[in-house]
Design a protein. Sequence first.
Length: 725
Amino acid sequence: MDQLLVKEIANTLSIKEKQIESVLNLLDEGNTIPFIARYRKEVTGGLDEEQINEIHKSWEYGVNLLKRKEDVIRLIEEKGMMTDELRKNILNSTKLVEVEDLYRPYKEKKKTKATEAIAMGLEPLAKLILTFPNQIDLNAEAKKYINDQVLTIEDALTGAKYIIAEQVSDNADYRKALRVEMEVDGLITSKVKKNGEQLDEKHTYEMYYDHVEKVSKVAPHRVLAMNRAEDEKIISISIDSNTPAMLKYLGSKILTNLNSPVVPVVEAAIEDALKRLIYPSLEREIRADLTSKAEDQAIEVFAMNLRNLLLQRPMKNKVVLGVDPAYRTGCKLCVVNEQGTVLQKGVIYPHEKYKGEEHIEDRVTLSEKIIRQFIAKHNVDIIAIGNGTASRETEAFIAELLKKYDLQTRYVIVSEAGASVYSASELAREEFPEYSVEERSAASIARRLQDPLSELVKIDPKSIGVGQYQHDVSQKKLSESLDFIVSNAVNQVGVNVNTASKSLLTYVSGLNKTVSENIVKYRDQFGAFKSRQDIKKVPRLGDKAFEQSVGFLRIVGGDEALDMTAIHPESYATAKQIMIKYQITPDQFGKPELKKVIDQINREALQKELSVDKYTLNDILDAFIAPQRDPRDQFDAPVLRNDILHLEDLKPGMMLEGTVRNVVDFGAFVDCGLKEDGLVHISKLSKGFVKHPKDVVAVGDIVKVWVLSVDEKRGKVSLSMIEPR
């Protein structure tokens, strides 16, 4: 293990070196991040999943950087051009771009103007010029190099300038200084192209038609917006910097004798180096760096939104009627019971005529009758309406129905993000082989209200639209980040191994698609698992996979009471010692009386007596207090409604309650029961300064907002979370 790299990571992340070494050793042994975070706290000092993941990523980057350094040193040594100072500079580099800058002069080059000039034998002339002699007849010297390829004195001097220009461009120190100059004082400029406005029909990118701002100040979301507009041929982008200052800097470093007759030639070479070689290269690097940082920010926001969406509070023990709204094809209905089993499906046409229908009242009356029958027959608690096409019209119909017949059932708008992807998937066809795509969607909408996590894991995380510019970022980085978030969410909550789908099981620590499928097959063949030990009988589930997964797999009502808790079987002996000592029985788990007993325990003394670490002891006692604790229960429950809100009902200053649907760099979108989500701009999230909206709100939050303005023509509402005076 490279101790210098460990030390560097420790300094960067503010984590002790010993903790980093422990994490790296555990990962090297094949342990998963959720397992390490949950069941190896005593080894890591209680590091969480995010910290462990940062250590893992930093180590991988450091190892790759170290490997590149070794490769570069070897390649330069093979040319016999390595010096002690160069080796030191390479080894001290902290970024890949610094290593590449140092390697640039020694890199095998493709055909360039400089390599052609060298091939013509002009390198000695270039070297002579760079000695800055006090006296020299440059034309006479250049004449010596005239041959079949170099036809004139001018050709010889031009070739020498190309060689000098490339040497200037390859200097790592110069590039580093000029890169800083462009990053700190450079301006990113965008201009509309000749036919750009015609291509931008909705004027989406109008603010970038003539836009200038400092490179150091440009917001990540604006970088991605400009990139997209450029890709769509609407604008052109450049980075403008103080070229005279850059030339002056290069001159101060290169022109060692200002009295030499060669100065004008070298100045011309410097200008050529900056304009033709250095500037375009640094511009590409800086834009790539801006894009990379913007992508990381977008991915971070997407990941945070996804995490909050997955961990939305489930509506447990509720019978739900799912409605997938539509106009012409009708609203598809699906009632699911408390366990998510479909009880009945149907279709209503409250918005479009039946074939051959003449009277609008007939279809509305019939639609009302069907809904009332569904509610009465199955004792429906909540109606879940998808937020797609015809959503608000369907909401108006449902709200009017509930009011008209004085029904106690409430409704809620549910995000349909990804529902169509799931409905057309092979998994959906397996679950509902006889259902249409829309009927599957209605079932999914109902289930995602009951248990958002269990339903949303069936969908590719990238298809759940809670991000910004998700199609403009590295899809590999996005997938890795989102998969990590889903895995963390699943393992934080835990999984009932007797009811979990194979999609949910796949995200459990230590399990893969094959083993997850085998668990479901085994369960179907032999019935419910009675104990965690029975899980070992599943084909292809080895000892390591069992160790990594079993703590996250719960069995309710089995042979062993501890199997329904987050206590790992490796700690059962300790848990049972505690139960015997304090006369705790399984039927006391989760009862208030037991909490009183546990609150009186001297944990420090018990820890010494049992020779157990404090983390494991605390987790065991916490599991006794709340054996089936669900971290999602601490979050806000969805807002249930029984009436609809119209745009024309709104007045500035009116207070509303809503659900945060999406958080982006410039604000948050809040569903207040209107057709379109209202925007709370970042400046209206709090009285104090807000660096990023994610610091104030999260997807799923229930918030109070005040209406700022209403644009009825565009259907837009501006909101504020700052209470007006």
